[in-house]
Design a protein around this ligand. Sequence first.
Ligand SMILES: C[S@@+](CC[C@H](N)C(=O)[O-])C[C@H]1O[C@@H](n2cnc3c(N)ncnc32)[C@H](O)[C@@H]1O
Length: 291
Amino acid sequence: MKLMAPDVSIFSSKEEKYMQDEDFAYFQALVLNMTGISLGEKKRDLLQTRLGPYIRDNNFKNFSGYRQYLNTLPSDHAEWQKLINLVTTNKTDFFREPAHFDYIETNLIPQWIKMGKKEVHIWSAACSSGEEPYTLAMFLESKLPKDIKYKFFASDIDTNILVKAQNGVYPHSKYHEIPEEFKKSVDLGRGVVSDWFRIKKNLKDNITFEIYNLIEDSMPGNQLFDLVLCRNVMIYFPKEIIKIVADKIYQSTTKEGTLFIGHSESLQAIKSGWLPHAPSVYKKVGKGKKR
Ligand SMILES: C[S@@+](CC[C@H](N)C(=O)[O-])C[C@H]1O[C@@H](n2cnc3c(N)ncnc32)[C@H](O)[C@@H]1O
């Protein structure tokens, strides 16, 4: 067998391989405009790694050639969505940041029971490949009194990742993320699909997945939400966009509504109606001081 040297260069010359300053500035502005994601100078390598192989595989000469192509496209061209899918970061896990689930059990479920709720509406606002809404479904299926129904709206800007979310099929390497008491919510694959597990249908049936851009004007769904999870996405947004998103979620929740953000995120830098209630938990009413 003849051994081949690995192809380490994406493009043929050094000049083509690296993203030039004007290309980086163009993609920085474009991504911010389309998604709200702010790519600082430190993200130049990341952008290059994400776009480079795509540009090469689609026979553009270099980043600048791709840029020129984009400039010829109408705003509804499918290429824009492809670009969005390339630049999003979709890292997620089942039962990520478990303190939020404790909060649901000790604070929200008793509150919902006291209010006499018959149905709760929850929005997973950057659901990625679905682990977050499925975790919620597993959790509520076991913790919520049977006479209270739940419905989820789960959305993301990335259409590729939404297909994965909708499928609800995951590699076995993720099985350990699900605590023992909730493993009954999934079916393990057998035979040729033994490397996979899938979420049970009764859980999936409570979730509607849809593409939704958090920086768009319109309100999501046709319902006010009791709880919104907008976790590990605002970390990519500048302050002005965080404000737009926090205000929109505020408008989209019931008057007793609750917002969960990621543990490394904060609404401290912006003025909004949200009141801090617990670490990375905000409410419309209760403890805390409006900023
Ligand atoms: C790191 S994942 C977080 C997933 C999940 N919320 C969690 O905490 O595990 C961030 C997700 O935000 C999505 N995203 C980025 N910008 C968005 C926007 N403007 N609107 C909606 N979703 C967006 C990405 O596609 C990605 O799937």
